[in-house]
Design a protein around this ligand. Sequence first.
Ligand code: SAM
Length: 440
Amino acid sequence: MKPYAGKVERSDTLDSVLGSVVVHGSPDAKILVTRKGNRRTIQKKQRYGRDMDEAQLEFNSENGVSCLGQSVEEIVEQRISSAIFEMLSSREHLTESEIDGHVKGATTLKRKTLRVLVAEEQILREGAGERNDPFRYRLKCGRCKPALNGRMDKIDLICQNPADNPFLKEQAPPTTPALGVAGGKMKSKNEWHKAMYNKAFAEETIGSQRFIELAKKQVAFLVEATNLKLGDSVLDVPCGVGRHSLEFAKYGAKVIGVDISKDCLKIAKQKFKHKNVQYLHGSMQDLKKFKRRFDLVVNLFTSFGYFFTDEENFKVLKSMTSCLTPGGKVIVNLIDRDFILPLFQPARWNEVDGRMVLEASRYDKKTKYNESQMFMVNKKFSPPKLEHYHYHRVRLYSKAEMVDLMKKAGLTNIKVYGDFDGGPYKKGKSTHPIYVGTKK
Ligand SMILES: C[S@@+](CC[C@H](N)C(=O)[O-])C[C@H]1O[C@@H](n2cnc3c(N)ncnc32)[C@H](O)[C@@H]1O
């Protein structure tokens, strides 16, 4: 190597990194971390073998871990395809030079991206490619934003009010019954939880055989963990279709199940009835009438954190606690933030049988709320039909935050289980921890 080589020396890309330091030796590999705006990229130059392409470094501030993201070339290609889609959704039949003129990026990359999009049939090319008849491009389906490699090309689908989403308006007015959730019932974004849990949701999830079986095992554990006795009173809020209420009743408890969804309650009264259970329509924000009446209050399967602010959510926990007799217990069971965040994907899609499910999510690090929109589009129709849509916004909690909240709500002797087998909580591994607190 050349001693005293300048830092800007380009003659040998590997040695130049040593700058003016006199070192005897010869590096075999150089790892370069570069700052680009508020991003960092990483690349590796090697004397032998293949260099590593420049890729984005993704830092997860929740767990302090950096990992390798997409390659810079992929990111640029996606940006270019986004810009192409953007252009073609407002103006069709554009020529290559018109696209070139409006989309930023290297011409070779723009051309390459156009070719890929045409080959993947995401956009259509018309014309003969001659002077008098140049190639012209347009979106295959003027309404939907196609997806690239399993990631949605355009991820910022979250509108201030989902009912105002232009995508929805175009495809189906909010009154369309097939839409299930999107329109009609939901007056504002903050009321998502009053609209989402309809019959279809119940049938696919909490009312399905798999969830019913799970509830049996879960209640068996909860009865033991809380030492519930015959004749004890239980408030299951929100109870959904009553899968847990029924099991508690079978153990000899007197149960009241409260839920805001009339669809869920209808199923509960038909399929999950028991002489010891009473199902009531109501909100978990309004539990005044139940003050000091219960030995156990349960809030299961991520039914906490639905409200707009931390204060509102805390009020729910406090009023659940106020429903207890002294010595009574509150159980909250919800998705764990330290488990879910490392798996977070801002956009994903899949397609089964001509039905595309697209989900766009956004996690706000400051407020710790996650908001998601899900679109189910049936491509068998022309134009493709939006069959189902929902929006939800949930506060994600860590173990420390939940324990703190329970203490503040007047609960003591807080126990945290990692699962319904009674295993210990493990950070990053426990999916839905179970918090049990006792009223002072
Ligand atoms: C994820 S489900 C869980 C239901 C039940 N705990 C279970 O595990 O099957 C959430 C439930 O919360 C209900 N819900 C949403 N907002 C509510 C509110 N403000 N008051 C009462 N229930 C509400 C929904 O209707 C839905 O049944």
